[in-house]
Design a protein around this ligand. Structure first.
Ligand code: FAD
Length: 336
């Protein structure tokens, strides 16, 4: 690509059928605008709220892939649509959010199109026509850069890498259907495959997905199995819930909430670790958080030492008090 050509950036946006776009998709659209002309791609009919958000993000053109009966939940099928759309709009960059499923879609798309692939970038910049992605590696201890040398780049953007902003001027968000011939590979059965976008507990409370949440409240062995205070603060903040392996091994909470070497790696804007010592296996999964807050009875716990703020005391008193104070402030702000 020459320096003067305007790059077309194809952004895959999800959850458009029955809901508004989530924050990671809006972050990807914000980044995409800095790199070229943005075209959004959906794999199902976009809802009215989603189209309004796409317009607000400055998107003029929305491609709706028409996959017929092909199961779009299967990454190889979704990748067929992404590759066809990339060819259709002559994209220079395909941008997806870094969810588990999207990383697989990105890999299949890169394989189909011969594109350079960048997974989990936290930044993307144009360097004389070449795209350079920034990545945090080795559990957030090193910042690296990777340049794509092919005409087409495929990249996945980590949630919370940047703040989502509306465009200076709204776009038309006009929908155009794109027929795509795709089928599940022979022999591949459509398993009961559920990619958890949000988790709902028995009480019907919906929380953001741990891997993409901007705020995470995590509880460890210090909870002694009572996650009520952790849930209370998480709900006051609209946060996801995390935990340690010890709490999972105790059977207090499911493994999908485990943060760390053998769990999920997260990089939220705020991480609150309550009753968590901060062992290296846990630390490796959350140290990329922008602000770390520890709540611990032990002022010498490793998590306290690496934290930006620490509250020394019993989490069973501190978390409910913090949740109550947040709710009070919100109510006062709403009244004024
Ligand atoms: C191969 C391997 C892989 C592992 N992978 C992971 C992983 O992915 N993720 C992970 O988390 N761990 C992992 N672990 C386990 C890890 O090494 C630690 O054992 C674990 O993280 C400790 O969990 P914790 O902080 O909840 O418990 P502890 O280390 O027991 O810490 C509890 C903390 O709570 C504080 N506390 C106690 N009571 C209170 C209270 N009332 N209020 C406030 N604070 C209180 C204590 O002062 C202490 O600091 C792994 C281990 C191995 C061997």
């Amino acid at each position: 690509m020459t320096e003067t050509a305007v790059r077309t950036v194809l952004v895959l946006v999800e959850n458009t059928a029955d809901a508004a776009l989530r924050s990671p998709a809006l972050e990807a659209l914000t980044l995409a605008r800095t790199l070229g002309d943005v075209v959004a791609l959906t794999l199902s009919e976009p809802s009215r709220p989603a189209l309004d958000q796409l317009a607000e993000a400055g998107v003029d053109r929305v491609l709706q892939a028409d996959l017929g009966d092909a199961p779009r939940e299967i990454p190889v099928v979704a990748a067929a649509a992404v590759a066809a759309a990339a060819e259709h709009v002559r994209a220079g960059l395909v941008l997806l959010t870094s969810s588990f499923a999207n990383k697989e879609i990105a890999a299949h798309t890169a394989w189909r199109t011969g594109a350079g692939l960048l997974i989990d970038v936290t930044s993307l910049a144009d360097d004389g026509g070449r795209l350079v992605g920034g990545k945090r590696v080795f559990a957030g201890t090193w910042d690296t850069e990777c340049a794509v040398t092919t005409d087409l780049a495929v990249a996945t953007l980590r949630p919370n890498a940047l703040a989502a902003e509306p465009a200076d001027a709204p776009g038309a968000a006009a929908v155009e259907r794109l027929p795509v011939a795709a089928a599940a590979p022979a022999g591949l059965e459509l398993l009961d495959r559920v990619v958890h976008e949000v988790s709902a507990d028995a009480s019907g409370v919906v929380r953001p997905a741990l891997a993409e949440a901007a705020v995470v409240v995590a509880g460890g062995r210090g909870t002694a199995g009572d996650f009520g205070p952790v849930e209370d603060l998480a709900d006051a903040l609209g946060a996801a819930i995390g935990t340690t392996r010890d709490a999972v091994d105790e059977g207090w909470i499911g493994h999908d909430a485990q943060v760390g070497q053998t769990g999920v790696t997260i990089a939220p804007r705020v991480y609150i670790g309550a009753g968590i010592s901060g062992a290296p296996h846990h630390h490796g999964g959350m140290q990329a958080a922008r602000t770390i807050i520890a709540v611990n009875t032990d002022s010498e716990a490793p998590l306290v030492e690496i934290s930006d703020f620490a509250v020394i005391g019993d989490l069973h008193e501190i978390l409910p008090a913090a949740a109550a104070a947040i709710r009070e402030q919100r109510a006062a702000a709403a009244d004024s």
